[in-house]
Every structure is written in structure tokens, then in C-alpha cells.
Write a protein that binds this ligand. Structure first.
Ligand code: IVH
Length: 699
């Protein structure tokens, strides 16, 4: 049975491999053609039934000849079966997040930071910085690629580096233009937010509950759940919308300001938020913020703050990015909704690095569409300061994705027999002693990896999205495999296949599911250095620090050896570590401590041979003349600020440090250079004037 045009229909079981291969090519071509007529031209040639038959046929042929399954059009498979999942798309430019601010003071510092960074603003206090203020839509971000004005791919944010290929799904969203109008560059990437209106969300939930299907907690979840459907036909029935707000990739410039860019997006056929506005002072921005907060509940869609963006795109470019967020934009968040409830219990959680965190179990309450039953109490000092007790009535607050917090206790409603909360002296999980170092608010379990909570949290962190990103190895499975003794440390994850037979016999597991997990794990053996460093879960080494370390040490061997050597504080390895801007002595201590622990070295020795840690390749141009050079700036320069000079040097692969030593390649002097110049002369280091420096980096 087949509807393949011009094909003699042969039963799938009887096809030879070469017949199958030819038919797959033709089927793919037909499906693609029908997709275009259906989605882009709005003029389907065949019925849905006929179309489905084509897809069923190709799936059947490919499951008989799995080796014929090509990689050439991954989106073709989206929606085929739930097992396949979404393929991945690597973003041409990372999809970063935004820093958050909460007050007028924060906003002032954001603007001042910009004024300090750009020399023309530093030197002309009267020059205004135009800022575009846009509502921050509470949906999920999307990246759309266009070639010659035709939509070619759609991807979710994912972990920021790679997202899910949801091309098939975005094709069915009305507000996503399939063909652009007006004058557009050949290549284009547009980013924006997919969302659902509050009314559509209510109606959808109504329909869902009538048909006994999943109801969503809020419009955001409904939008995400609807977009990330393996079957795009489900997506097509969901009322999704989109606002466009950025053009990160283009083959020829499209505007010179954010505002101009929004205008172009409209010309091309995108919906752009009508409430956006250009403001040129903190006062105007604050009135905009107040005004939108006031309108918020009456808007058709949920927003969770205001995004401020520097209007001039050349300034955006020069301001660049600070580890994970731009210097040229920030999110001013609305305060979270507050709700009153009761503390039913207080328990203590043990984190990856042994930190004991008291957590309140709450009488479940709905806060902004999400059912909240837990709130963090941070640490024992915080519990004592707020005097939070079991049985208390409390006000809690939840803002965005932040963990709910207890704001205050309603003392008048306190039950008489309540007693203050006392933090346990021993770890509630492994019974090891806990310690509280002076100067630190947190109490820690001293059990290390003996503590099963620390071990579990460590493994969860290791496989998490930003680390090894092993999907399918969730908490439940980690606990199961630990209980069975298959995983003692994260290094054992890569040997899971040796337990395949035993795992198949476990409840809920089968050949298919274990094979899928093993493949997934095997696909993650190759890892970027920054992700690897982050995955180790070293105290204070989050994504930003991990990425600084990767950038500075380039490869694993160099990094690990330097960390071991840095234990000697008179070594150059130690001073080099401190020289990294963003690594202070406290982070250095934690790194050194990690590498001093024999069990950690043993762990690394076991893990590293099983994986492939990629050498760090920055986005930098290795041909630049300052690539890999160590540079010191001194004195003040007239054509750019110290901040911008440093950022540009780093973008070109240079390493900027604060002190002159025999490892310095260049000392760049502005006016009034001071003692560094004398030191450089003494050591025979190359000294450059500002003009010479600019010449060096511009050529
Ligand atoms: S600009 C590098 N503009 O907020 C800056 N983001 O917290 C890119 N969002 O992932 C973001 N409305 O999903 C921008 N008008 C807006 C936005 C917006 C919502 C979301 C977006 C982003 C997240 C960052």
C-alpha cells in the first residue's frame, strides 16, 4: 500500500534495499513539497489522509531499513513517533539570558555602567543614552532562520547553545511568517517570544479538561507544552502567538537602532509589541515601568517585567556580553505575587556541596498559576532572624522562575505552643557532623561523597542541561541505579552499558529504553571544556567561572595540572589563577581544595579516559595579533575606556591582567602611566602607546 505518485506499489516487507532507498528519496521530496503547499502557500494539494499515508509509508520503510534513515532533514521525523524526540539545532549565536534588576537604584547602576564603559559617554556627561523599553513577555523564546525570505528552521532556546528543532511546529503558527514581505537580507535570524493569551489559555484548559487531557498551570506552560509537541498537528490546534524582538544574524545590516529594527520586523510581517517605547532618562524609564505595571493585569498576555535595551546597535555591539548576559540589556522584574499560607513542617535539605538548607513545607497555595508547596528558608540565620516556626502563618512570594521565599511571619496568628526551629547538629541524611565556618551563613555536612544526598545532588548536577546534558537520566533513575550499585560516582555513568542485562530486568525498563539511554550517554562523551569544569560541581564554580577557566587554560591537562600546582601559594600557577578577572581568592581556595582531595583526583582519573574533553575554542579570531598575549593596561586612554579596551582585547583572544611580570607581552600606556611603566622597562617588556595599541588591534 502506498500513495507514492508514479510508483509501483510494493509491500514494505518485499522491498529490496535499493528499491527502499529510491523510494525514501522520492517520499521525502513529496512530503517536503506538500509541507510547503500546506504551510507556506496555504494551498494543500492532497488530503490530510493522503499526506499521513506518505508519512506512515516512509516510517515503515525506514524501520525496516534503519541504515537508510538519513540525517538530511531531521525535521521530517519530528512527530513521527514519541521515541524519536526533537533533533537539535546549534544556535549560530548563543541565546543568552538577561541580568535582572529590581529597583530604581539597580537601573541607575545599569545606566552608569554603560556610561563608564563607552568613552564618548564617559567624556560627555550631557550625551544621552537612548533606551528602548519593551514588555518582557512571559512565554518561551524562539529562533527563526530565513533564507531568501523563506522560513527554513525554528529552534527553542534549549540550553542557550543548542535548542530543539521545532521547525515543523512553528510552521503552523499563524503569527510566524513563513515568507517575509518587503526588503530583507538573504540570510536572517529573528528571535522573539512564543506565547499564549490569557483568554486562549483559559479556553484551552477548558477544552482539555472536557476531553480529560492535561490542563496547564499558566499560559507560559501552555505555550511551551503546545510548541514542544512531537506531533505538529497538535500544535496547529493550539492558539500560539509570537512577538519578535531581535535580529542577531543577518547577511547585510538592517538597521542602526533597536527601534529601527523593530520597524523592519514589522515590515517583514512580524508582530511587534505595540507598547515598546524609546526613553532617554532613568526618570522616563521608571514612569514607563510604573505605567506598564499599572496596565499589567488588563493586558491580553502575561508579562513579568520590562526589558531595557540600548537603542544604538553600534553601542550594543561594543558593549557586548558579560559571561552569560549582555551589558547592553537588562530585565527589570515585577515583584512576585504574594500569598498567605501555613508552614506545615520544616525539613533540611543537603545540597551538592554539603550545604544544609532549611525548607518550609507549606499548605499548598496557588501563586501566579503555580501550585506552591515548598519555600526555601535559605539558612539557619535567616530562620532565626525571621523567627519562622512550624505552624506559623506566613506570606510567601514567588517571582518568575525564582524559588518561592517566605517574606514574613504573621506573629498575631502564631499558635501558642510553637517553639523556635533548631538546625540539626548532624547531617539528616548521613549523620556526619556539620560545621559552620565563621563568615559563612551556611552550615555544611562534612560527609563528602559518603553522604548519599551530596552524591545524588552531585550526579544530578553532572548530568544536568548545562553540564553533560544527559536527558533520560533523571533523579528517579539515578536513585534506582545507585541502589542497584550500577552508579557509585558520576564516572560510572559511562559504563552503564555493562549493566544492560541487569537493567532490562528492572521494572519499567526494556531493551528499547536502555538502548536509548546508552546511546544518549554515548553521544555525550564529547564535551566542551567549560561544560566539563562546570559539571564537576566545585563550590563557587558556576557556568560563568567555568567559562573563564576554560578560556584561560584552554585544555583539560593544562587546567588540572595548574590547579594542582596552585596549592603552592608561591607558585606562578597560584598568581595566574588570581590574575583571572572574576576569580578571587575565595574561588581559588575552593578550586585548590577540590584538587587536594584524593577521592576527587581518583574520580577524575577514572572519568577522564572515558570521555573526550574538547580544547577550548573561543569565538576569537586566532589570527589576531594579540591572540594568546598577556596584556596590562595602565594610565587612562582617550579613545576608549579601560572596560572597553579590556573587553576588546579579550574578544581578540588576549589575556588582560593587572600586574606586570615577566609573562607580560605588552604594557599599554595611557596618560600618567605610573610605576608599571618602570617595571616593564626593567623587565624589557614591549611598551605600546594608545595609538600603537589601536594600530595593533585594528590590523
Ligand atoms: S531580549 C540577549 N526582549 O526573556 C537578550 N527578551 O530573561 C535577549 N523575553 O530568553 C533577550 N520578552 O525569552 C528580550 N522583549 C524581550 C523579551 C525577552 C521576553 C525573554 C526571552 C529571554 C528572556 C531573558
Amino acid at each position: 500500500m502506498s500513495t507514492t505518485e508514479g510508483f509501483k506499489v510494493i509491500n514494505v516487507e518485499e522491498l529490496t534495499e535499493s528499491q527502499a532507498s529510491r523510494e525514501i528519496i522520492i517520499l521525502k521530496e513529496q512530503i517536503r513539497k506538500h509541507d510547503i503547499s500546506y504551510h507556506s502557500d496555504d494551498a494543500p494539494i492532497i488530503s490530510d489522509y493522503e499526506y499521513d499515508k506518505l508519512r506512515i509509508r516512509i516510517t515503515a520503510i525506514e524501520s525496516r531499513f534503519p541504515n537508510l534513515k538519513g540525517e538530511d532533514d531531521p525535521s521530517l521525523y519530528v512527530g513521527a513517533t514519541a521515541d524519536i524526540g526533537f533533533s537539535k539545532i546549534v544556535h549560530e549565536k548563543s541565546m543568552l539570558s538577561l541580568g535582572n534588576i529590581f529597583s530604581r537604584e539597580d537601573l541607575n547602576s545599569f545606566i552608569e555602567g554603560i556610561r563608564r564603559f563607552l568613552v564618548e559617554l564617559r567624556d560627555n556627561p550631557d550625551l544621552l543614552v537612548e533606551i528602548v523599553a519593551e514588555p518582557k513577555i512571559d512565554g518561551l523564546s524562539i529562533s527563526l532562520k530565513y533564507e531568501n525570505g523563506t522560513l527554513v528552521t525554528g529552534a527553542t532556546r534549549g540550553n542557550g547553545i543548542e535548542g530543539e528543532n521545532v521547525t515543523r511546529n512553528v510552521m503552523v503558527i499563524d503569527q510566524v511568517p513563513k515568507k517575509l514581505t518587503g526588503d530583507f537580507p538573504e540570510l536572517l535570524e529573528v528571535r522573539g517570544e512564543i506565547y499564549m493569551t490569557k483568554n486562549d489559555f483559559i479556553e484551552l484548559n477548558h477544552r482539555q479538561s472536557e476531553t480529560n487531557e492535561k490542563v496547564f498551570a499558566n499560559p507560559r506552560n501552555a505555550a511551551a507544552g503546545s510548541l514542544r509537541q512531537l506531533d505538529w498537528r497538535v500544535t496547529s490546534k493550539r492558539p500560539l502567538r509570537m512577538f519578535a524582538y531581535a535580529v542577531p544574524v543577518f547577511s547585510k545590516p538592517v538597521a542602526d537602532s533597536q527601534w529601527g529594527l523593530l520597524e523592519r520586523l514589522k515590515e517583514w510581517g512580524f508582530a511587534v509589541n505595540p507598547l515598546s517605547q524609546v526613553c532617554e532618562s532613568v526618570g522616563k524609564l521608571m514612569s514607563y515601568y510604573e505605567n506598564i505595571s499599572f496596565q499589567r493585569s488588563g493586558l491580553e498576555y502575561d508579562i513579568d517585567g520590562i526589558v531595557y535595551k540600548v537603542n544604538r546597535l553600534d553601542w550594543q555591539e561594543r558593549l557586548g556580553f558579560l559571561s552569560r548576559a549582555p551589558r547592553w540589556a537588562v530585565a527589570h522584574k515585577f515583584p512576585g505575587e504574594q500569598v498567605r499560607t501555613k508552614v506545615v513542617d520544616i525539613f533540611v535539605q543537603v545540597g551538592r556541596t554539603g550545604t544544609l538548607t532549611p525548607v518550609a513545607s507549606l499548605e499548598p497555595v496557588n501563586v501566579g498559576g503555580v501550585l506552591v508547596s515548598k519555600a526555601t528558608l535559605h539558612n539557619e540565620e535567616e530562620v532565626e532572624r525571621k523567627d519562622i516556626r512550624i505552624g506559623d502563618t506566613v506570606d510567601i512570594q514567588r517571582a518568575g522562575d525564582v524559588i518561592p521565599q517566605v517574606l514574613r511571619v504573621i506573629k498575631e496568628q502564631r499558635v501558642e505552643q510553637s517553639t523556635p526551629f533548631i538546625m540539626p547538629e548532624k547531617c539528616p541524611v548521613c549523620d556526619s557532623l556539620t560545621i559552620k565556618t565563621s563568615g559563612e551563613a551556611a552550615r555544611r555536612c562534612t560527609g563528602g561523597l559518603i553522604c548519599s544526598a551530596q552524591a545524588l545532588e552531585g550526579i544530578k548536577h553532572f548530568v544536568s542541561r548545562q553540564a553533560f546534558n544527559i536527558e533520560g537520566l533523571g533523579e528517579k533513575n539515578i536513585i534506582l541505579f545507585r541502589e542497584q550499585g550500577f552508579i557509585r560516582s558520576a564516572a560510572d555513568i559511562f559504563d552503564l552499558s555493562t549493566h544492560k542485562k541487569e537493567i532490562i530486568s528492572l521494572e519499567g525498563w526494556g531493551e528499547l529504553s536502555i538502548d536509548k539511554l546508552i546511546t544518549e550517554i554515548s553521544n555525550r562523551r564529547v564535551i566542551a571544556l567549560d561544560r566539563f569544569i562546570y559539571a564537576l560541581g566545585i563550590k563557587q564554580v558556576g557556568q560563568a567561572v567555568a567559562s573563564l577557566l576554560a578560556k584561560n587554560y584552554q585544555n583539560y591537562q593544562n587546567w588540572s595540572q595548574s590547579m594542582i600546582n596552585a596549592a603552592d601559594k608561591s607558585s606562578t600557577n597560584y598568581s595566574d589563577l588570581l590574575d583571572i578577572n572574576g576569580v578571587g581568592s575565595s574561588i581559588a581556595e575552593d578550586l585548590i581544595y577540590f584538587f587536594c582531595q584524593p577521592q576527587n583526583l581518583e574520580f577524575l582519573n577514572k572519568l577522564v579516559p572515558k570521555i573526550q574533553i574538547q580544547e577550548h575554542i573561543g569565538a576569537q579570531d586566532q589570527s589576531s595579533r594579540i591572540f594568546d598575549k598577556t596584556i596590562v593596561f595602565t594610565g587612562s586612554m582617550s579613545s576608549l575606556t579601560r572596560g572597553e579596551a579590556k573587553a576588546r582585547a579579550e574578544a581578540l583572544g588576549g589575556k588582560v591582567v593587572g600586574t606586570v611580570s615577566n609573562k607580560t607581552d605588552y604594557l599599554v600606556i595611557g596618560s600618567d602611566p605610573g610605576s608599571k611603566l618602570a617595571k616593564a622597562k626593567e623587565l624589557g617588556i614591549g611598551v605600546l602607546t594608545e595609538a600603537e595599541w589601536l594600530d595593533l588591534i585594528d590590523n
